[in-house]
Design a binder for this molecule. Sequence first.
Ligand code: BGP
Length: 480
Amino acid sequence: MTMGRSALPSSFLWGGSIAAHQCEGAWDEDGKGLSAMDLVGVGDAARPRPISRDLEDGVRYPSHTGIDFYHRYPGDVALLAEMGASALRISVDWSRIFPNGDDERPNEAGLRHYSNLVDELLSHGIEPIVTLYHFEIPVGVVRRYGSWLSRKTVDLYLRFVDVVARLLRGRVHLWATFNEMNHIDPAGEASDTFLYMISGLTAAELADPASDLAKIGYNMTLASARAARLLREVDAANQVGCVFGFTPVYPRTCRPEDATAALRHANRDLYQADALCRGSFPRHRLREYRRLGIECGYEQADERDFSSGRLDWIGVNYYSSEVAAADATGEEGSFFGGLRNPYLRQSEWGWTIDPEGLRYLLVFVSRRYDLPVIVTENGLGAEDVVEPDGSVRDPYRIDYLREHIRAVKEAVVDDDVDCRGYLTWAPIDLVSATTGEMRKRYGFIHVDKSDDGSGSLRRTRKDSFYWFKKVIQMNGDDLS
Ligand code: BGP
């Protein structure tokens, strides 16, 4: 390690990421339409979130109330500013702008909300980074058009992107077209939960799973490329990225067959990032589809979109690494589907904790694509205890973040990775995407809300709030 002071550039962005459906609440206010995540209940580490076909009495849908960010954002933004955050990644919920996805006119109240939120951030010196699709698809698009199985959805999404881009032109410059669309891969983490979060479809609704997943993945990739071009047409100063959920994959042993298994495993859901960062759809993927008789809907003419829709930066969501072996069958694994790593601990929710994996990943991504990278999500989901005096001592969160920020610094200083920022998931407690729980907390700011929906929603600064504030003040030079 050759790290000295001021390891990170002075323009380095510090802050966090949140998603509309996990924090806003106000699910049916101001003209918002029904979104796929408004039909998902509460699960836990062992039980997937139940998905309703239609709203049912007696089921608790966490997105309906979230943490009430929709109404409380001015106070929350003020707290983030007090912590020193220089960036906040938010998402715009499509169903607030086009309640059914294909409405003739956008919903003015929805536009006003995001315009005000962006102004609030800017007035506090916080750079808004806007994700245009973070598990938020109007139910109307799923029911009427079959979600991303149809190219019509690409057009509807682009209309939404166009409206938001024009609304926020000159105020927002960093955009992310999608969040974690790569989890749709048939051979990867396309668990029912992720399939539903990404597309609003359940596995039972897929007539031909292999082709359908390929089609969904392809159409989203095409939509991202077209959106990138559109965003830059609206404002040449726009910097367009896409956010991927990546996990490094280690071979279980140095047996060459294990190394090949790890390589294949790691490559399985990179085709979308390859297409978007390199500007052409990977040939090997098309050969694979041909070999397996899969029809993804590729058209030669789409190559124009891929080449003009290359990304300006890549967003990396990092939580865990995985292990693969050539002869692994039916062994107990980790949350992300790989094998258990005996060298590493897991969180209470079974997510492997691996700070070195973040350095590995940043080097991997930066060498593969040669683009600026932003760590768009990283954090520890843990249960917190509120002390009788109201404080929250969370040294486990501080330890986790300290080690991961150290890994980022090593990647920047020793490996010359062009990393432009570190955003935690999430700076404020919110609803867990995979389980729907509130109990799985990530924030520097505690929100008084329980899994049964009770709580005052009061915000409290945790110990990690003060720690991160100091980290930001010192631009990461002091992590103690
Ligand atoms: C990512 C998602 C986020 C977030 C995070 C943590 O996959 O982009 O939306 O939720 O994971 O997951 P969870 O909330 O399930 O702990």
